[in-house]
Design a protein around this ligand. Sequence first.
Ligand code: NAD
Length: 260
Amino acid sequence: MARLEHKVAVITGAASGIGLAATRLFAGEGARVLAVDMEADALREAVAPLGSRVLPFIADVTQETQIEQAMATAAEVFSGIDVVIANAGIFGTQAPIEKASVEGFNRVMTVNVTGVVITIKHAVPHLTERGGGSIIIMSSVGALIGNPEAVAYTASKHALTGVMKVAARELAPNDIRVNTVNPGLVDTPMMRTVEAEICPEDPLQGRARLRDATFLKRFVQPEEVAELMLFLASDEARNCTGGMYMIDGGMQYGGGQDVN
Ligand code: NAD
């Protein structure tokens, strides 16, 4: 039997990278998925091949009324919500603190932290009504280490650890599990931007430097992150809550932060 048969998932940031990989995997494992993203054309194009199990929903995670509507739509169309993946996020511009723009800092915090809080806030009533569920917060190895020239991103992912800990305690009585997934360097469009910023004259060299800074000398693939999410979404993870699930090729013990 498929591992997510009869389950309904809402996945944010579903048009690209890890969110898209999770949408594909979850639909393949029998879930019905509300795929949320603010990039309308990219989202429609990405989910079109996935058939009627996946419903695209255009919304910005920083806009509370849009996310409230997204959750209501999933609950109405699919008769409830079991799993929420708060995945939408941005990296921001690389710069040392003394050159970082406050506007840019605030934007990263708003998308990566406030967006996750809004997503959880409006999912909880539906998960509770269902009798429980799983919330998976997309964090990063950046929640554990200090990444030079990425103060906003690093601060935002550290903040998500706090969000996860609070939500895990508050929601345990409702049998809602809350965990973070903490990848290292994942091979997605976001990583292409980082590579180009690290080495603008030769992004391929930037890519090689990043890859070689990992223990295992390879990028994590988005499908591999989706597999970890699948475990946390499934009943096999029924006792997993309040956890940080690393999928970083050992970067938490050193590596990627030395690339700049
Ligand atoms: P990506 O850029 O490929 O995809 C991100 C998606 O989020 C895009 O489709 C984008 O349109 C959407 N999005 C951005 N802001 C949004 C908003 N306000 N509302 C709705 N949708 C929005 O990136 P990715 O690498 O797949 O990253 C996904 C998540 O994984 C992010 O939270 C990121 O921080 C995290 N992550 C990525 C890596 C990596 O190396 N790529 C590592 C660790 C963690």
